[in-house]
Every structure is written in structure tokens, then in C-alpha cells.
Design a protein around this ligand. Structure first.
Ligand code: NDP
Length: 323
């Protein structure tokens, strides 16, 4: 029987167990995928600790890359296809699993399984944040928190290639150096500096039209304070915990501010959107505009260590789990 990580209760990394799980033949529209690499994402910790509650028991993990080993009726893929996925359901921490064919994309030649698993979810996130959620124009300035993280290193490269001025925040000097090497023009160490003041200094007191904030609770207020009138806070994650409810009066005081709380799944809801977004990511990987930094690798048996390191801010760039 293939092995998969499951939880029977929400909690810390210790609740994850590697179990033998029975696998049925893929049903209509489904395919069976043998994973070659699995992507680690912060959302996996929210599923594990109950911030985003799941019916229990459950598998974990949202991203992976592998080979199609069986095809259900009507599925538009073939045995042997190399595929990647990141919003196809939960349970990618597995050796083998069944997935809906409509939520998979074929990995282009020249991209290996590890790179695909390292870039698919994080790259698609950058694609929709920058191109569709708040489309960033050349000459505009933006702020991105946790610049040396998985999404962060991809964001810096993509945003600077668009011709924007990119300000990143990080918690250490080593992370600042890494961020600068990945497109950030200015890096603020938010462990030492006041972010709103530093952004005011960089922008000559004007502020920025957009802040992309995946840190959440600890940065939310500072993010609002960085915005120029009618600016937008794109609050897309909770690495430090979920932000407090928004006081509409605070948005008025900032000068007619906007706040949006986007999710990847709502920006890749149709198969067309999903595949267009993935194509934009893989195109940039293949032509060298996007360098994918796999900074950590763990075998599936050490998934708890991978979660501990991610939550303790010990990781940078992307992390890949090997089944
Ligand atoms: P990262 O690799 O960026 O890891 C999280 C980083 O957040 C840490 O390395 C750390 O960087 C920073 N951080 C700040 N405060 C804390 C804290 N208290 N605990 C832990 N980390 C903290 O993760 P990902 O790239 O996987 O994801 C980044 C964010 O984007 C997450 O919030 C995730 O949920 C969100 N996301 C949202 C999506 C969406 O569509 N809405 C899709 C994908 C990701 P530092 O040490 O520099 O502060």
C-alpha cells in the first residue's frame, strides 16, 4: 500500500503521521499520479493547526509533481504524462494519489519535477497578485512582506522585471541579502526598523499604491500606514497569525484605502485560468526570467521537521518534500 501523511486531529507538527493508505482506481475525470516531488507551503500549516479547519481525518499538502500512472474515464491525460498541480484538492503529502484531471497541468519539457513542485503554487500566486489582483505597472512602487520566503523570492524577480520599484521586508541581514539578489531594490529589516517610516523615507513621504502582505497580523497596521490615498492592501496570508477585523474608519483615515483578501483558488477557478496562470509561470522559468530557489529538501518521513523549520522562519525560498 502507498504511504501518505494524515492527521486525525488539528495541532502541532507532531500530529502528522505517515500511514499506509488503500488506493482505489481513478474514477471518471480522475487520474492517478505517482508523486516525484511535493511542494511545501505555508497553507499546509494552517490546514494542520486548524486555522483553516478540515473534516478529520484528512491528508495534507496541496502541491506536487509526478507521473500519471492510471487514467479514469473521460480524463484528458495519458499514462506517462508529467504533471503538476496545486489547487486540485488536499492530500499531496503522498506517494500516490488520485486527482481531477481538469486541475492538473502538463509540465513542459525542460522543467524537472522538483522545480515544478517548487514553483507551481508560489509562482501562480505571484502571477495573480501582480497581474490580476492589483496589476502593477512599470514605474509604480510596491511593498512585499517576507521577501526572502517562497512566494517572496519569486515576487521580487517578477515585479522588478515588470519595471516596478520593489520594496521588501525581512527579519535578518542574511535574508535581506537574498532578497536583494532576487529583484528587491530596497529591503527593510522589520525586526529592527519601523516599516511605515522606512517606506516613507524611500518614497519621499508619498507612500505606495499597493502592499502585498502575506505576514498578516504583525504587519497589517504597518501595511495600511505605507499606503498613499486610494492605495490597496492585498492581504493574502497569515504567517504571523490572522489579522484582526478591519475597522472601516481606519480605511477612511488612510485616505479612501482598499483592502482585499484574495485566494489562489478563486483566481484559478476555471481550468482555463489555471492553465493560463501555470503557462505564464513555466514560460518565465524556461526563459530564465524566474529563477526557482530550492533552499530545503526533506524526505516525506521528515515532514514534521519541514513544518517546524517553515514556522520557525528558518527556511528561505522554496522547500521540496521527496516521497
Ligand atoms: P514563506 O516561505 O514566505 O514563509 C513565511 C515567512 O513569513 C517566514 O519565512 C518569515 O520571513 C515570515 N514571517 C513573519 N512573521 C512570521 C511568524 N510569526 N511566523 C512565521 N513566519 C513569519 O511561506 P510561503 O511562501 O509558503 O507563503 C508566504 C505567505 O503567502 C503565507 O502567508 C501564505 O499563507 C501566503 N500565500 C497565500 C496565497 C493566497 O493565494 N492567498 C497563496 C500562497 C501563499 P521573515 O523571517 O523574513 O519574517
Amino acid at each position: 500500500m502507498p504511504r501518505a501523511v494524515q492527521i486525525s486531529e488539528a495541532g502541532g507538527p507532531e500530529v502528522m503521521e505517515l500511514r499506509n493508505v488503500p488506493l482505489v482506481e481513478p474514477g471518471p475525470g480522475m487520474v492517478q499520479v505517482e508523486n516525484r516531488a511535493i511542494g511545501l507551503n505555508f497553507i499546509d500549516t494552517y490546514h494542520r493547526n486548524g486555522l483553516y479547519p478540515l473534516p478529520l481525518p484528512t491528508g495534507l499538502g496541496t502541491e506536487g509533481a509526478g507521473v500519471v500512472t492510471a487514467v479514469g474515464e473521460g480524463a484528458d491525460l495519458a499514462v506517462g504524462d508529467r504533471v503538476a498541480y496545486c489547487s486540485a484538492g488536499i492530500g499531496s503529502y503522498a506517494e500516490v494519489l488520485n486527482l481531477p484531471a481538469a486541475r492538473l497541468v502538463k509540465i513542459p519539457e525542460g522543467v524537472d519535477f522538483e522545480i515544478a513542485a517548487a514553483v507551481m503554487l508560489k509562482g501562480q500566486t505571484v502571477e495573480y497578485l501582480l497581474q490580476r489582483c492589483f496589476p502593477l505597472n512599470p514605474g509604480q512602487t510596491c511593498v512585499f512582506h517576507a521577501a526572502a520566503g517562497g512566494v517572496g523570492l519569486l515576487f521580487g524577480q517578477w515585479a522588478s522585471a515588470l519595471g516596478a520599484t520593489v520594496i521588501g521586508t525581512v527579519s535578518s541581514a542574511a535574508k535581506a541579502e537574498l532578497a536583494r539578489a532576487h529583484g528587491y531594490h530596497h529591503v527593510i529589516n522589520y525586526a529592527e526598523q519601523d516599516v511605515a517610516q522606512a517606506v516613507a523615507d524611500i518614497t519621499g513621504g508619498v507612500g505606495v499604491p499597493v502592499v502585498y502582505d502575506g505576514v498578516g497580523r504583525d504587519t497589517f497596521e504597518a501595511s495600511l500606514s505605507c499606503l498613499q490615498p486610494r492605495g490597496m492592501l492585498v492581504s493574502f496570508g497569515n504567517a504571523s497569525g490572522a489579522p484582526e477585523p478591519v475597522d472601516l474608519q481606519r480605511l477612511a483615515l488612510g485616505g479612501s484605502l482598499y483592502v482585499t483578501r484574495p485566494t489562489l483558488v478563486s483566481y484559478t477557478g476555471s481550468t482555463g485560468e489555471l492553465r493560463d496562470s501555470a503557462a505564464a509561470v513555466f514560460e518565465r522559468v524556461l526563459d530564465g526570467r524566474l529563477k526557482v530557489e530550492i533552499q530545503q529538501r526533506y524526505p516525506l518521513e521528515r515532514i514534521a521537521d519541514a513544518h517546524r523549520d517553515l514556522e520557525a522562519r528558518r527556511t528561505t525560498g522554496s522547500t521540496v518534500i521527496l516521497p
